[in-house]
Design a protein around this ligand. Sequence first.
Ligand code: SF4
Length: 513
Amino acid sequence: MSEIRKISIILDNRSYEYDVYTLVIAFFQGVETRVYDPGQEIPADTDLLVDVKLDCTGEQAGGQEQTIVPALSISLRGPGESGVEGDAPERIEPVPDADNRPLMKNILKRTLYEMLREYCKRDLPWGNLTGIRPVKLAMDLLHPSEESSSDPAQDAASYARRKMTERYYVSDRKADLAVRIAQRESAILEKIRPKEGFSLYVGIPFCPSICLYCSFSSSPLKLWEKKVDEYLDALEKEIRSSGNCFPGRRLQTVYVGGGTPTTLEPYQLERLLTVIEETFDMSGVLEYTVEAGRPDSITREKLEVLRRHHISRISINPQTMNQKTLDLIGRRHTVEQTKEAFLLARSMGFDNINMDLIVGLPGEGIREVEHTMEEIETLDPDDVTVHALALKRAARLALHMDEYEKISFKVSDDIMRRCEEGCERLQMTPYYLYRQKNIAGNFENVGYAKSHKAGLYNILIMEEVQCILACGASGSTKIVYDDGRIERIENVKDIRSYLDRIDEMIDRKNPIR
Ligand code: SF4
């Protein structure tokens, strides 16, 4: 196959744009890909043209609309007239009911996946699934409404695995992973009854420096140092006025994240945690997390504040234990600082410490990942979250890709396995999983945890089974209704706007009071 540098997609129904675009770029990561309407001019240097026709209705003589082509048509064409290399340059699939969106989407994704697989001569680990929550699907398949509802548990798992591989072309390994996680999550959720409670998220949008791959709304502390107290004033106002949100539900988990909450000075951390505890009834809280995050922001004094406030879970995130990579990605801390922060927290009694890792960082292959895992195994944390690098649009790394193109970005099955094996040696099992757009190698992010150390908030946010109250700049409050509908109330992302419009952020939460 000749090299593909530019892909053009012609799509006659933009409501399926996300599905088509995401599936195409999953096969051709990093290739410039654009979607066009029929009739729009296509760039002459297009290497692969994907033409998808879903519009199955036409005008009958006399102007009355009716279905004239009950079919979906997809063609893949290379430059010129000759079509693509491969056996199936065009396929026309009958669509039994074009108004049935889930059915239409299913046929579209299956057909497109089969054609791209044939063209590229390879499969994707997650098959034609383009969503970020494949475990949710496994969960639904584990609890099917009809078909195998009377099967014993083991059969339900086999059924779910089989459906994932047959219906969505998910690999055996990934189907097994998704089903195992769904089973573990189901058992945890059954115990905590999330619909009767809610969670609180509090965002601190400052970091010691901005990592090259970051796409969160975080700002360098240096720029905002003099405004942190002003931010806390606004945040306190928002938290205190949110105490009556979600009436009748008890608070179950608290997550202070960001950014890096431990960029706050000890007196500021003290103030924030006191405000939270004075506002909400903490007696039913099952998990109280502070994402310490960057090792360079952690001090004994700050950890003492967290201990005094009975924080049950913290994160100390190395991302990699290779100094060369840390320097390259702008973390501005050392491997030694990570170890020191971890050992200090352990010595002070923190018994649930998570460490976040990223695979696919520039210049890192299996050897570098192996080194990171060896170091992590020596430290022996309680949970580890392995992220496959995702280059979102906002990340400086994506914006300056040209500067880094000589450095490789590799994620392979071997690398993912090496992480999995390391976590297994630490007696951890996978407990939550999600995917992102532009995720390296089409892999996934997986949280591993020792027994009874799984992060509840992570499960709740991923499975979307509980209302989340979010305070702080870029907080996104989530209302989960009994029928599964989800509504969001967004805070502004920009810190200055958050400070100026704090009363509006508070008023936006009126529907949940
Ligand atoms: S520590 Fe996290 S939030 Fe802060 S800049 Fe790095 S990636 Fe972004």
